[in-house]
Write a protein that binds this ligand. Structure first.
Ligand code: AMP
Length: 549
């Protein structure tokens, strides 16, 4: 027997209009580049999104069309999210720091018809236009200097239109269309560090269910009273779905624009009274360093959600012990919208001594409802949940991709629909997942597996180490050997022998680095993750006889 409940579709336009009517004057703040701070609210965002939707239709955007963005996190980017999805089109966020060839490739594959670009990324928009189907580029900020066109591949050009002028001519009235909640709403390509980028196509239903999960008390814990700062850019898994979760809760949303270094983050957090901030570990390395060097404190900041890469225990200790800010460590990926697990201690962990609590929080945590998780050995057999046995993490759920956009890559999903994440880890008796490595970052030394995350986390316990990356480099005798690259903390002198002694004391013999090299910085992607593929290529020929760094 079926239940007698209405079948109303979960649509993003409904989410926005709900916030406009119930939380209409709750503020949305944005820090665009080279412009004064923008202060709007959910009511204004809905009105401007309707104007933009009318403008998109005027430019010939139809349901199902892909509309690309090359932009930082600002109010305008948020309006594009809602306007495109609202009319049944798809907001395709492109990472502006991708190589021009990659931008051209994904814009061509996605068949984007329109590109919205920050003034700083109009050059990248040219690459997208070269890709093929783009009919116009809309510049989000700044004035248009010179001819208002962008060159196209065939020697022609497409118009370059100013965003605000486009909106000004439009009515802010629009009756959003209703359609199936499984309609595509957003498109995001994976970083493509191991091959061509692959498109992940989110639906209205997946985005809204994901937003409900993100907002839960034991996940990001977002309430109307919060001021939320998504420091993960909108082109990195659509700011981890935080804009939607904030809209759902009616929380104050603070969009930080392009400036994400430590000083800028501290300034925005203090000025806006941010209570919850979310981002990758490298951003927090910058913030912690800034707070230490200036003595500034952030009394409003209650919680930091760290994800996208492993959060070292030393970062948890710094935030919690030094600055009184709770850390929640989360794991996920583009293919998972991105939320999979979060390490919020349980009721029974209340009395845990500090060190044990930190160890628990350094795990990636338990799955949220909606994400099923299992770990399997290479033969596809389930691995016991004993906190020791390592297997590949597989996931399933309503916001996990069922395939890639226009790409039939075999082997990513099994017959029961489980998606193989490529991450390796353990699950303990309480269901806490611990990611030991990405399969491709794992190092095999003399037949023994080394977890790069374990080595990096240990190195960062040394106060002289600000950042660390462990990589395997080819070695004739051992297969691979372990190279540890470290960025010293400012003002400290890195003592290699001290670091080696720490590794010898705390790691299995085979996990002790063959070589430690001090470097000024580590290459990071636009999303702030250390690019180990770049490091592996750079240091491939590094032998103990060749001094580097
Ligand atoms: P992306 O799709 O670019 O966000 O990358 C997803 C990948 O980042 C995952 O498959 C993991 O390898 C890694 N990752 C994300 N969060 C964490 C975390 N908390 N700890 C360790 N690795 C993580």
């Amino acid at each position: 027997m079926l239940g007698l409940m209405m079948e109303r579709p979960l649509l993003l336009s409904g989410l926005l209009e709900h916030a406009a009517s119930v939380h209409g004057d709750r503020e949305i703040v944005s820090y665009p580049a080279d412009e004064p701070v923008y202060r709007g609210d959910y009511g204004k965002t809905a009105a401007r999104s309707r104007r933009l939707a009318n403008a998109m239709r005027g430019l010939g955007v139809h349901a199902g069309d892909r509309v690309a963005t090359l932009a930082c996190s600002t109010h305008r980017h948020l309006e594009i999210f809602y306007a495109a999805a609202g009319i049944g089109a798809i907001c395709h966020t492109i990472n502006p720091r991708l190589h021009a060839e990659q931008i051209a490739f994904i814009a061509a594959q996605a068949e984007d018809v329109l590109v919205f670009a920050d003034a700083a990324f109009v050059v990248q928009a040219e690459a997208a236009v070269r890709g093929g189907q783009v009919r116009a580029v809309v510049q989000l900020d700044g004035g248009i200097a010179g001819p208002a066109v962008v060159p196209a591949a065939n020697g022609g050009s497409v118009p370059l239109l100013p965003y605000e002028a486009l909106l000004a001519g439009q009515a802010d009235v629009l009756s959003w269309p209703e359609f199936d909640e499984n309609t595509a709403a957003g498109l995001c390509y994976t970083s493509g560090t191991t091959g061509k980028p692959r498109g992940v196509l989110y639906s209205h239903r997946s985005q809204i269910l994901h937003a409900f999960a993100v907002a839960l008390p034991d996940v990001a814990g977002i309430s109307e009273a919060d001021s939320v700062l998504p420091a993960a850019p909108m082109f990195h898994v659509q700011s981890w779905g935080i804009p939607y979760a904030a809209t759902l809760a009616g929380a104050r949303l603070v969009l930080p624009g392009p400036r994400l270094h430590g000083a800028a983050l501290a300034e925005v957090i203090a000025a806006e009274g941010v209570t919850i901030a979310l981002g990758v570990p490298t951003l927090w390395v910058g913030l912690i360093r800034y707070l230490r060097s200036t003595g500034q404190r952030l009394p409003t900041l209650r919680r930091v959600i760290v994800g996208g890469a492993a959060c070292p225990p030393s970062m948890i200790t710094a935030f919690q012990q030094e600055f009184g800010i709770e850390v929640r460590h989360a794991w996920g990926m583009t293919e998972m919208s991105p939320l999979g697990t979060i390490a919020t201690p349980c009721a029974k962990h209340g009395g845990l001594p500090e060190e044990a609590r930190t160890r628990l929080q350094a795990k990636q945590g338990r799955p949220v409802f909606g994400v099923e998780i299992r770990i399997e050995d290479e033969a596809g057999r389930p691995v016991p949940h004993d906190g020791r046995s390592i297997g590949e993490v597989k996931v399933r759920g309503p916001w996990v991709c069922s395939g890639y956009y226009r790409c039939d890559e075999p082997g990513t999903h099994d017959a029961e629909g489980w998606f193989a994440t490529g991450d390796l880890g353990t699950i303990d008796e309480d269901g806490f997942v611990h990611i030991t490595d990405r399969r491709k970052d794992l190092i095999k030394f003399a037949g023994e597996w080394i977890s790069s995350i374990e080595v990096e986390s240990l190195a960062m316990e040394n106060p002289a180490v600000m950042q660390a990356a462990a990589i395997g480099i080819p070695d004739e005798k051992w297969g691979e050997k372990l190279l540890l690259l470290v960025v010293p903390s400012p003002g400290s002198t890195m003592r290699e022998d001290e670091l080696l002694a720490l590794c010898r004391a705390r790691l299995a013999k085979w996990s002790v680095p063959t070589r430690i090299i001090c470097v000024a910085s580590l290459p990071t992607s636009a999303t702030g993750k250390v690019q180990k593929n770049v490091l592996r290529a750079q240091y491939a020929r590094c032998t103990p006889a060749v001094p580097l760094g």
